[in-house]
Design a protein around this ligand. Sequence first.
Ligand code: HEM
Length: 410
Amino acid sequence: MTEAPMLDPGFIAQLLPFDPFDPAFLADPYPVYAQIREKGPVTRTPLGLWAVTGHEACSAVLRDQRFGWGDGATVADHFRTEADGTVVRPFIFSDPPEHTRIRALVSKAFAARQVDRMRTTAQQVVRELIETARAEAGGGPIDLMSAVAHPLPGRMQNALLDVPAEHAARFDELSGDIARGLDPSFLLGPEEIAKRDNARAELYRYIGELAEQRRAEPGTDLISELVAVEEGGDTLTPEELEVTCTLLLSAGYATTVNLIGNGMLALLRRPNQRDWLRARPGQVAAAVEEMLRFDTPVQMISRVALAEAEIAGQTIQPGEQVMLMIGAASHDPDVYDDPDELRLDRPAGRNLGFGLGIHFCVGAPLARLTAQAAVSALAALDLEPVTDSPARVPNIIMRGLAELPVRVTA
Ligand code: HEM
């Protein structure tokens, strides 16, 4: 699949069950997902890609060790190859036991206290960003994407890794460049691929330098924790640490940006829901969970069958690729009443927005508190969208807005 002609519409039409270049699909993919799901929770495209649209079927695959990454051929361009030929895989793309080992070390370093210390940071940064944007707009419209949704996760990551202030802007830029690279290479142009790869190489170098400094003079930041973390005598090698930190940056940036953007768009379009939240500011956690379900940033998760497996009556052969359509599963009427409605008081549970099983998002607590800080502060303002259909970024895996212009009316 990696050798397929890039951006060839004929190839893509045979591979995917939807047209990723259709503006109507980008604007609202959920009716298209519903049509695919009507053919069954697990279907196969002409080029043999399995599309899983049912919530139960997606959950079953995510929990099933017969699915993973195998030799990683489809994601090998995210691996780092050393001069001696050693390959370091980001743990999001590795299987047990390698995944188990790195994930255990990262979870230990990325412990609750790392996250808890970030809550007041998030609230302060949001307040500052809103004040600056209002002052600069001078009563004119504000783009919530560039004013809040983008800078906030960047500032959070810089605080998490304690990036020196003089490098913070460059760090944000690099995180942005690698974020687009999360779409599969066959959907990217050569320039985007080169940008992603250069950004990744620069981040490896920079994180390596920071790790050296923190080894000599440990702080309370995540890099210092990752340098020091040890479990049964095992530690991260310097290369593993660089690859892992770069993964945390790429996995945590665009996802959080788009949860805030998609969530705020959904809220602004529904004043009754905004009023509900305003009357119950203590329910912001539930509101963010529903935003994550309603227009989830990570629309698809991939896996490869490592052994024959039957899912929802379909037999998947070893080596076959499976696309878990989380956006579709999150609107599955078998699990959610009125799935296409935003209901902030929806009972919690079964949300697949952070994945499930052994790869469940390691940054979920940080993502939640960051989005909660943004949504709380923004819901308290009188905002009106300037346009009914703000432009979307053209990504299909990472769903998000290019802009979200609003007017502050009071
Ligand atoms: C895994 C979503 C924020 C780091 C995942 C997965 C999803 C996800 C769906 C599962 C991928 C799979 O099964 O293949 C999100 C969303 C976020 C978010 C929607 C924000 C709203 C973050 C943040 C970080 C992060 C802030 C780090 C600071 C990771 C990592 C993994 C992961 C390292 C891989 C875990 C593993 O393979 O064991 N995330 N994420 N994510 N996420 Fe997040």
